[in-house]
Design a protein around this ligand. Structure first.
Ligand code: G4P
Length: 282
């Protein structure tokens, strides 16, 4: 799902989020494990203050394990509960339930002191478009879920998915708007395929990816595409075009085709598990 964001969309998304946040105890925020900071919108920290917070490093199958561990620690140090998940195949999902209980232990304790027993935790899933919110809800809710329906007067129009006797999930996720005004963030969002209007054309995007891979995953491009050692990114793109038989009429290398190939291979995990950004250690 791709979105074109305009100020009006953001205002509407923010207003809906504010309304829904009033109804919940816990925010389950999905970020893309390959770009955990660039795929977040810190406005949620302000909107969700006073709520329990859980960050899911989703698509962790596409990011490096070292990166996943570093980001888990980074967010935990900031006070978030964190779980690495693959919403597509369900890896890590079974850990979410117990972490939800842990993240909400203060609320559970508050309820207990007031004599309220077994009131379910209410949670909402949020994240930027394409981060995997719907996939997560489907996998997490699984077959066991049942919609609790509208509760007149209290949650008019809202659908809650009863996950088990302890947790209810709002069935519509909150959509956060990406921070596309930042060029570097825009580049990374374009690389993972999260924004429609790439800020760069496909060749420039591929060149940025080659540059990054050559700096951080040395030797990978050469190995995957059987090309000579990279000395110049533009030559590398040309070499991939030749090696993969991407040709225009007249036998000229088809650089656009080669660029698309590299970007698709990255997005599909064919280049391996790649994290595009790491926590700032300074
Ligand atoms: P959204 O609601 O936040 O907009 O995202 P959605 O669930 O639609 O997921 C967007 C894409 O990300 C989907 O791929 C989905 O399969 C994929 N996805 C979600 N979670 C994971 C994950 O943990 N790992 C991986 N590898 N992929 C994930 P799609 O290309 O739109 O569809 P399809 O390829 O599944 O058919």
């Amino acid at each position: 799902m791709h979105f074109q964001w305009y100020p009006g969309h953001m205002t509407k998304a923010k207003r809906m989020m504010q309304e829904n946040i009033k109804l919940i105890d816990l925010i389950i925020e999905l970020v893309d494990a390959r770009i955990p900071l660039s795929s977040r919108n810190p406005d949620i920290d302000d909107l969700g203050k006073n709520k329990a917070r859980l960050i899911l490093l989703n698509k962790s199958d596409l990011a490096s394990e070292k990166g996943n561990e570093e980001w888990k620690k980074y967010f935990e140090d900031k006070g978030f509960y964190v779980v690495k998940v693959n919403s597509k195949n369900g890896n890590g999902i079974k850990n979410v339930n117990s972490v939800v209980q842990d993240a909400c232990k203060e609320k559970i304790e508050r309820d207990r002191k007031r004599g309220i027993l077994n009131r379910p935790i209410r949670a909402m899933v949020v994240g930027i478009p394409n981060v995997g919110k719907s996939t997560f809800i489907n996998t997490f809710a699984g077959k066991a879920c049942a919609k609790t329906g509208n509760k007149p007067g209290v949650t008019k129009g809202k659908q809650w998915i009863k996950l088990n006797k302890n947790v209810e999930l709002l069935d519509t996720p909150g959509i956060l708007w990406p921070k596309f005004e930042d060029q570097l963030v825009g580049l990374k969002l374009a690389l993972i395929g999260s924004i429609k209007d790439e800020i760069l054309n496909v060749e420039e995007l591929a060149l940025e990816l080659i540059k990054f891979l050559n700096n951080h995953y040395k030797g990978l491009m050469e190995e995957k595409y059987t090309i000579p050692e990279i000395e110049n990114n533009a030559f590398a793109l040309q070499n991939v075009a030749e090696s993969k038989q991407c040709k225009l009429k007249g036998n000229e290398p088809d650089l656009v085709k080669a660029a698309n190939l590299i970007i698709d291979d990255f997005r599909n995990g064919k280049l391996g598990r790649i994290t595009l950004e790491f926590p700032d250690k300074s």
